[in-house]
Design a binder for this molecule. Sequence first.
Ligand SMILES: Nc1ncnc2c1ncn2[C@@H]1O[C@H](COP(=O)(O)OP(=O)(O)OP(=O)(O)O)[C@@H](O)[C@H]1O
Length: 324
Amino acid sequence: MSGDNPAIEVSDLTKTYPNGVRALDGVTFSVPSGTVFGLLGPNGAGKSTTIKILTTLTRPDSGTARVAGHDVLSDAAQVRRHIGCVAQNSGVDPAATGRENLVLQGQLYGLGGGALRERVDGLLERFGLTDVAGRLVKTYSGGMRRKLDVAMGLVHEPRVLFLDEPTTGLDPEARAELWKEIVKMAAGGITVVLTTHYLEEADELADTLAILDQGGVVAHGTPENLKKALHGDSVQVLLNEPPDETVARTALANVVGVHDIVVSGREVGARVDAGADSAPALLSALESAGLRVASVTLSAPTLDEVYLRHAGRTFRSVQEGHIR
Ligand SMILES: Nc1ncnc2c1ncn2[C@@H]1O[C@H](COP(=O)(O)OP(=O)(O)OP(=O)(O)O)[C@@H](O)[C@H]1O
């Protein structure tokens, strides 16, 4: 449950790298304590730069950021004491056991003795790793390893945990298990900041989220409110053949209540003010333009459409345009 003071308060952050790239251009958001916050955006949007500032790895040119009540510039040591970070390239030693990794991590934070043993046992138990605690990490499955990564970030009982794309590369079962743990962490009072390329992950997990694009926040709120603010429904039409994009767009241009048209392969997507009223007109406009409809689906708005509305293009199209 959220506490009184925000766990993170970011105001008007800017950052230009020495090569002249303006990575952040006035980023503002806040995150209530004990909640999951999703930071979304395509490659190069400024997510990593924001996280680096919040975790005191780099400095903003201007603006302020407070994490767990401490200023990232004037009180960096306190910020570091209260945060945990789980990067994509994990810091675990594959040639050591799970337990050894956790003990070493605790020692790095000045923990030791019975308190550390208890903490490590508790984390192994919580992440279902007790039975494999004595095995070398290099023998772990991807899911087990990722759980160990997260446990490592929690050894010193941080108030804010940063998770960078925690489920990338995990199978659906391991992903679902990790999602459950993330929800539990927040219920236990930890604030979780999640960066992800998966909109459905943010939709499922995040209590609030911010979508970054080109160094600015283009949307901020709960997934529900952001979707509700779009009004209307989403229509996905599958055509028999990929259409000429101009023909499809022209066909729909004059249909009342249809907007945010996206043509991709055989699919034509659009938002309609009222699905039941607009969908028939939309279908007949396509058919009249000689485009044969194979199937049609009406659905409530998705986060991808939120992104489209605020950034002017689909999240997926931007992702696909980048080679990682
Ligand atoms: N150290 C750096 N020096 C110069 N430019 C940088 C540096 N780090 C990032 N940038 C640039 O700043 C912009 C924002 O990058 P950032 O890494 O914050 O985005 P991102 O949203 O995290 O992207 P990704 O999803 O690819 O990690 C990009 O144009 C990037 O090329």
